[in-house]
Design a protein around this ligand. Structure first.
Ligand SMILES: Cc1ncc(COP(=O)(O)O)c(C=O)c1O
Length: 449
């Protein structure tokens, strides 16, 4: 590293008001944040305003934003069509929310059922977390079985079952071919650990063996077809998982909260891979920047929540005061309007490839052992040259180098959450990408690679 290069000190020097805010916020919010993922050391920037591809912090620093609130803002901040849709809805409907069912719910459900191959029926929720939680309960209710399977390192929200084996250390994770059910949060009961079968991602043989061994009590297998937005399933692996879950009569749920609209085309990972699950979950983008989620799937399975056809003791409970919120759906519909225009995905693909390939070219040219990996309009940067196929491979990357790189970028006006994937949007311009690449080159040279 070049003598005197200290990106964390640079960051602190530029973000004095954010530091001040952090100290005040910490008196009221644990860690100054409303969710653990929003925190990073020494303190996160405090956002003041945002527009398009840009975000400004309390100190007035102008950033090109590649965080986009962990993915939902695929049209950038404050897209005019989204803002107009919200204003129109409020004016037209005369209220923020009705209570009784309303037409927009049906229109959005019809649209999602058309876009996603596995979707015949939809129910809305207020977050991705709720979507996976309800999908799993529906699966258990439909199959009348108690246990579920998930992959090590896959994220489905922050509740007991799906936090199992999310980020286990290597010491406690168990054998790679038969991972242990490991608690990744205090408060996880032994019962929860026992009710989750953990599988190794992208390992056909071990996953099939474990599914066969536990087939009698497994209701569902939930998975991210693209782990954490950047480790894609091997297409053959995904096909094998589809086949074996079919054979064993286990409901296959794709959690597409992240991948739903961030692959290289409309229709999510299931369309890109040509593998149709039984159920799926959505979130993030379908709310156009508002809290939203949905679980969708085959009619016969989804019907297990149907109060019109099923007696109380024969159905799964699904509720939520704010489900299908009109303002949220108006913002989501406006977002999907833009995403369904023929030029949108080609633009997103081009702009993402320019950044991702540009970074990989830089790594090669400067002899940096790093990779920018991931399909669609999300990718991650890992410092390491090993092929990343699963959680354990990702554990071997150089976190310290990544931290130095991230703070070097942040201190020079390129914003994303340290150690997390980067997201692009239709608001990002060629100039934004050129600026990010120029900054990355400067930082990598200072890192002395
Ligand atoms: C794949 C996946 N599933 C579920 C969730 C949870 O969504 P939410 O944060 O809206 O609860 C996330 C959030 O990042 C996610 O990436």
């Amino acid at each position: 590293m070049c003598a005197g290069f200290n990106p964390i000190a640079e960051y602190e020097a530029r973000t004095k008001k954010s530091r001040q805010w952090f100290h005040e916020a910490s008196d009221h919010l644990p860690g100054g944040v409303t969710g653990n993922v929003k925190f990073y050391k020494p303190y996160p920037i405090c956002a003041a305003r945002a527009k398009g591809s840009h975000l400004w912090d309390l100190d007035g620093n102008d950033y090109i934003d590649y965080m986009l609130c962990f993915g939902p803002l695929i049209l950038g901040h404050g897209h005019p069509r989204v803002i107009k849709a919200i204003q129109d809805q409020l004016e037209r409907d005369g209220t923020t929310i009705f209570g009784p069912p309303h037409e927009l719910e049906t229109k959005m459900a019809e649209r999602l059922n058309r876009i996603f191959p596995c979707a015949e029926r939809t129910r809305f929720t207020n977050s991705g977390l709720e979507a996976t939680l309800h999908a799993l309960r529906v699966a258990r209710g439909y199959k009348r079985k108690n246990r579920i399977a998930k992959f090590e390192g896959h994220y489905h929200g922050c509740y007991d079952e799906v936090l199992v084996s999310l980020t286990p250390s290597e010491e406690i994770a168990g054998p790679e071919v038969a991972p242990q059910s490991v608690s990744c949060s205090l408060g996880t009961s032994d019962y929860t650990l026992q009710s989750v079968q953990v599988l190794p991602f992208n390992d056909v043989e071990s996953s099939v063996r474990l599914l066969k061994a536990h087939k009698n009590d497994l209701a569902a297998l939930i998975m991210e077809p693209v782990q954490r937005g950047f480790v894609a399933a091997d297409p053959e692996f995904l096909k094998a998982i589809r086949e074996v879950t079919d054979d064993l009569d286990i409901i296959l749920i794709f959690d597409e909260v992240m991948s739903g609209f961030r692959m290289d085309r409309l229709g999510g990972a299931q369309t890109m891979f040509g593998v149709t699950p039984d159920m799926m979950c959505l979130g993030k983008i379908i709310g156009g920047g508002f809290p939203c989620g949905a679980f969708l799937g085959r009619k016969d399975i989804m019907d297990v929540v149907n109060p019109a056809t099923r007696a109380k003791d024969q159905r799964v409970f699904h509720g939520g005061t704010f489900n299908g919120h009109p303002t949220v759906l108006a913002a989501g519909m406006a977002t999907l309007d833009v995403l369904e225009e023929p030029e949108t995905y080609p633009y997103l693909n081009r702009i993402t490839a320019k950044l991702q390939d540009g970074l990989n070219d830089l790594f090669e040219r400067l002899g940096v052992v790093a990779q920018a990996i991931g399909p669609g309009s999300t990718f991650n940067i890992v410092f390491g040259d090993q092929k990343i196929c699963d959680y354990r491979d990702a554990l071997l990357c150089d976190e310290k180098k990544r931290q130095i790189f991230d703070f070097g970028m942040l201190a020079r006006g390129i914003h994303y959450h340290p150690d997390k994937p980067l997201y692009t949007s239709t608001a990002h311009t060629d100039e934004d990408i050129d600026q990010a690449l120029k900054t990355a080159e400067e930082v990598l040279k200072l890192m002395g690679s």
